[in-house]
Design a binder for this molecule. Structure first.
Ligand code: URA
Length: 232
């Protein structure tokens, strides 16, 4: 059983800041088991029946954010010198201890999932679970069908031979590449293995969960847990 304060429950469940949640509680808008409670530190748990303005508030444990990462941000929660993806997220989400699911290089753009659900993150990242991550890759030089075949079969990137991947040709020098691993600079190193270079890289999806292309660079939206579980 998770015990927590009423103000935290309300803030999490109604996407409010802690301050806003406290104000609502103090105004008498919050009821626990049908009784108005004005004590912000009142202890509740995940099974408590809680309403705000007579509407039931669901207990929120995990949250999921789809971020369209722009170039120039580090995929980390902190960095001494550079801006991180967390700088793009409203501070009201700080309390969830979000972290990025897998890293994108500073110059890579696209879909970065942020969550506080460690088990889900592990499942997405573990090569054994075979959740494909698809990247749009623009290469410096045209890529031959033979080189595409090599990428699909697996190439030597120094420390490993990559597992089988899926390549879809877009143009002479652009492909969508789906990999189930996530080694450091993996796509860039795969390109090097066929004597090419990545000039632009963008993650499009994790499994069947695709980046919402209406999100501007740097914008994000919350995702439903059910949708994620279904689509991964
Ligand atoms: N592969 C790379 O080389 N860079 C990324 O950011 C992601 C995958």
């Amino acid at each position: 059983m998770i015990n927590l304060r009423l103000d935290k429950f309300i803030a999490d469940g109604a996407s409010l800041t802690r301050k806003e949640a406290r104000e609502k509680i103090k105004k008498g808008l919050v009821a626990v088991e049908k009784k108005t409670v004005r004590d912000i530190s009142f202890q509740v748990n995940e099974e408590s029946s809680i309403t705000l303005n007579n509407e039931k508030i669901k207990f929120v444990k995990y949250i999921y954010i789809m971020l369209n990462k722009p170039a120039g941000f580090v995929s980390a929660t902190e960095d001494k010198n550079k801006s991180t993806v967390m700088d793009l997220i409203d501070p009201k989400f700080k309390r969830y201890d979000l972290f990025p699911v897998g890293r994108l290089d500073i110059d890579t753009e696209g879909f970065l999932l942020l969550t506080n659900n460690g088990e889900l993150a592990h499942n997405i990242l573990s090569p054994n679970k075979k959740v494909g991550k698809t990247y749009f890759v623009r290469l410096e030089n045209d890529i031959s069908d033979e080189d595409i075949k090599k990428l699909e079969d697996g190439v030597d990137i120094g420390d490993i031979i990559t597992k089988k991947s899926i390549v879809e040709r877009i143009t002479k020098n652009e492909i969508n590449l789906t990999i189930t691993e996530g080694k450091f600079h993996q796509i860039k190193r795969m390109a090097h293995a066929v004597d090419n270079n990545v000039v632009y890289l963008k993650r499009l999806s994790y499994g069947g969960l695709f980046l919402d292309e209406t999100l501007e660079k740097g914008a994000y939206k919350l995702l439903d847990e059910e949708e994620i579980i279904q689509k991964l």
